[in-house]
Design a protein around this ligand. Structure first.
Ligand code: PBG
Length: 336
């Protein structure tokens, strides 16, 4: 990666001898010197899996994205595979929610059933599962509630059980997004104790309390019934704290760390990439997707160019992989 501090302009090698426009003259020249490129294997496709069969519900704030039952999702996953996508991220939407999110760790829960079906049909597709309780709890918070407060330590056991049930169903990677302290360690210990030492953890390490998750909460039906998530997700103003979050997750056993959202947090991606030597994921979240779609639908932005520019910027900032709702479109554009 280029680093501004290594680019020297030596006296005698300045204009008119140096002309940076020489290498921008044709598309072939530009391609030859291009530093960053997006390819299908960089992309992770997120999917909202609804319990049941033959269910397909459009999501108003995310045009082109749907909640769908696994039988219908399978054809989209097959298309993704054919387009070169090698990883998907699953979110489950159960029919029944309760105080303790019991469907999250039920062996026959929506995600567990979906993972089995997908791995059965497309064993090579990397199936990543989101490990959180908010889609499964009646109050919509990511952990257990006592006296109006999200309980950290008491939630860990349920979150670890959730991860274990996903892995038992065949998940290739688990991705805890709940932002409880100690969640990576709790999951690592339980997976190891149960013989799943080989299963990686993709930690949503620096996850901010962001308004850009708005459309997702409509899609996943996971808006908190009271309060907000600021007592566990990060303050958008902080970047040094992001380094501590990542550091903690690395020590606890994370294999991949994530920054989320992506576009308004490119500085965070860049700092995390500089400081840590493990793969960095970035989540191009629902609100970022919705903004581009809305502008494109109004004719205010060229959708294809906007999406490619945003994803290239996220990769240029340091992301090794990008979770994006635009993934299928991008692969279609790349294949001409
Ligand atoms: C679950 C979770 C959320 C997202 C991913 N996992 C929502 C939230 O924290 O409120 C957001 C993804 C998106 O906006 O695309 N905790």
């Amino acid at each position: 990666m280029s680093d501004a501090s290594t680019i020297r302009t030596t006296a005698g090698y300045s204009f008119p001898r140096v002309r940076l426009r020489r290498l921008r003259r044709t598309e072939s020249l530009r391609a030859l010197v291009r530093e960053t490129e997006i390819s299908p294997q960089d992309l992770i496709l997120p999917l909202f899996i609804r319990e049941g069969t033959s269910v397909r519900n459009d999501i108003a704030s995310m045009p082109g994205v749907r909640q769908q039952s696994v039988d219908l999702a399978l054809s989209e996953i097959k298309t993704a595979w054919e387009l070169g996508i090698r990883a998907i991220l699953l979110f489950g939407i159960p029919d029944h929610k309760d105080e303790v999110g019991s469907q999250a760790y039920d062996e026959h829960g929506v995600v567990q059933v979906a993972v089995r079906e997908i791995k059965d049909r497309l064993p090579e597709m990397i199936v990543i599962t989101d490990v959180c309780l908010c889609e499964y709890t009646s109050h919509g918070h990511c952990g257990l509630i006592r006296d109006g407060d999200v309980q950290n330590d008491d939630s860990l056991e349920l979150l670890a059980r959730t991860a274990l049930s996903h892995v038992r169903a065949g998940a290739d990677i688990v991705a805890p997004s709940n932002m409880m302290d100690g969640t990576v360690l709790a999951i690592r210990e339980l997976l190891d104790a149960e013989g799943f030492q080989h299963v990686p953890i993709m930690a949503y390490s620096a996850k901010y309390a962001s308004c850009f998750y708005g459309p997702f909460r409509e899609a996943a039906e996971s808006a908190p019934a009271f309060g907000d998530r600021r007592s566990y997700q990060m303050d958008p103003a902080n970047v040094r704290e992001a380094i501590r979050e990542v550091d903690m997750d690395v020590i606890e056993g994370a294999d991949i760390v994530m920054v989320k959202p992506a576009l308004a947090y490119l500085d965070v991606i860049s700092k995390v990439k500089e400081r840590f030597d493990l793969p960095v994921a970035a989540y191009n979240v629902s609100g970022e997707f919705a903004m581009v779609k809305a502008a494109a639908m109004n004719g205010w932005l060229d959708e294809r160019r906007a999406v490619m520019e945003i994803l290239t910027s996220i990769k240029r900032a340091g992301a090794d992989m990008i979770i994006s709702y635009h993934s299928l479109d991008v692969c279609r554009w790349l294949s001409g």
